[in-house]
Design a protein around this ligand. Sequence first.
Ligand SMILES: [Zn+2]
Length: 341
Amino acid sequence: MANTPTRITTDIEFGRQGRQLGHLRLIHSDNRHAFSVIPIPIAVIANGSGPTILLTAGNHGDEYEGQALLHGLLRGIDIASIRGRLIVLPALNYPAVLAAARVSPLDDGNLNRAFPGDPDGSPTSAIAHYVETVLLSMVQGAADIHSGGSATVYAPSVYLHCGGGPDLLRRKLAGARAFGAPFTVCARATSDSRSMSAACDRLGVPMISTELAGGGTIDPEALAIGRAGLMRLLVHFGVVDGEPPADHRHATRLVSPTGPASSVMAPTEGIFEPLHGVGAEVRKGALAGYVHPIGELERPYAAMEFAHDGIVLVKRVPSLVRRGDYLYRLACEIDEKTLFA
Ligand SMILES: [Zn+2]
């Protein structure tokens, strides 16, 4: 670790036992501060021997369930229940979190498209590089908690990047079942190599990501699903000793988006009136919603239909839409065997 080139330093001693609260200090120079650091909050809780697990939220700054979950975890967890080490970063792309934005205002950087990163690159790229080369090199498991962001809301889901080979995929699936969200979205390994999930696949780290709800706020039901699921995952990983909580546990349904036909797009600009919420089961040809033209009362509204049967996985939040905006995304239930075919 000492030889890893990075411009991030920290007051945290990763080898120390006990509870430490501190910062990763990313050196950054811009118009506001010629010489300054970006102080990314980090906690390390270590107690005895056991696995090291990385927990992150705020990878996208406007996704709040995970941020609240990790703050709550840090407040509530009893260090005596830890067997190993938790590394917790509730605001991983800190500038994006402060800006209430998906991407960093410093460089327009989408952290989940910045891996493996660059130690000499933009702030977002330097964070990605530190996560991949320093933090992930220390861990035996990870969870990166996402939600839908300001523009979308998801049916509460675990999100699995199905790469890394069959053994790693089996370990991730076991983690997803322990988490017990209503749905587990299985994304093809080819989806993107620049995500944190792909970084974990490269390093052989079993990693669970989520899409809990979103919409630029915190959904209490999704938060409860996430809180119980995360604790079950920590017990499953062996880093927390105790009984896994029994509440908000679902026999998770494996689903997969079905390509371009899974998306319903706005055919014109106007006001989107949805007819279904996330998690709804819909049929091919069913009315999905309407787009009402704003300034031309004589024009008929546009009615959209679903192209196939499925479950509403994602719904757009802002009602004002333009032609081409995604309004819904459907997923279909899949058999676990198809993931290993
Ligand atoms: Zn996200």
